[in-house]
Design a binder for this molecule. Sequence first.
Ligand SMILES: CC(C)(COP(=O)(O)OP(=O)(O)OC[C@H]1O[C@@H](n2cnc3c(N)ncnc32)[C@H](O)[C@@H]1O)[C@@H](O)C(=O)NCCC(=O)NCCS
Ligand SMILES: Nc1ncnc2c1ncn2[C@@H]1O[C@H](COP(=O)(O)OP(=O)(O)OP(=O)(O)O)[C@@H](O)[C@H]1O
Length: 211
Amino acid sequence: MRVIGLTGGIATGKSTFAALLRARGAPVVDADALARAAVEPGTPALAEIARTFGAEVLREDGALDRKALAARVFADPEARRRLEAITHPAVRRAMREATDRLAAQGHPLAFYDTPLLYEVGLEALLDAVVVVWAPRDVQRERLIRRDRLDAADVDARLAAQLPVDEKAARADFVIDNAGAPEALAGKADRLLADLRAGRGRRLPNAPPVRY
Ligand SMILES: CC(C)(COP(=O)(O)OP(=O)(O)OC[C@H]1O[C@@H](n2cnc3c(N)ncnc32)[C@H](O)[C@@H]1O)[C@@H](O)C(=O)NCCC(=O)NCCS
Ligand SMILES: Nc1ncnc2c1ncn2[C@@H]1O[C@H](COP(=O)(O)OP(=O)(O)OP(=O)(O)O)[C@@H](O)[C@H]1O
């Protein structure tokens, strides 16, 4: 099975594009969803988070207060690294299990949807990488609209990731999502057709294929 990394910048449209791939029969393993499952009540990771950050990052019902934890970790890179040291090993394990299951089911192709693909250095483990791209001002607008964040929170989140332009420059395939969402379906069709025809890693120094 070939495993294709799918990434982007925050709010560039990665999840929207992943849904289109799923609708076309391609399995997508979602790191954000696995990261959420890893910190559900009763998990060792949530207990560790409470020990590290204190009860103020828990809600009254014992679940993680994501807003409170986000305020802490996106304001302080050191706190973010402490959180990642707890969550990333759990997410990596869950991702590996999910990919092994898909391989055992005989899928020829699977996507690995993870926002921090380049930040944590997963490139070498993947057969190719797709970056869903949008310009920074569009990213900012979508983030404010979707998550109701103010400008300072948006900038803190953007600063926690590599710029999406840098990711696009390193990618094998770039999905341009600056335009209308309706344009994405055709791009998903073309990407899948190219991947199923065996297209993969670009040659060294060649530019990415853009859709
Ligand atoms: C800080 C938390 C509680 C904020 O939760 P919230 O519901 O507001 O955001 P959500 O989890 O839906 O993430 C939204 C986006 O934020 C960005 N983001 C999340 N964590 C990080 C991080 N550690 N570094 C940079 N960007 C991040 C990603 O682009 C992600 O797609 C949560 O993101 C978290 O637990 N993060 C640590 C785990 C992690 O690194 N996840 C990302 C990939 S595995
Ligand atoms: N082409 C588009 N035009 C307008 N809005 C869009 C477009 N594509 C996606 N969106 C909207 O922008 C927001 C961000 O998209 P999405 O959630 O898919 O991004 P993401 O890259 O998965 O984000 P994250 O890294 O935060 O998980 C969503 O509210 C989505 O509905």
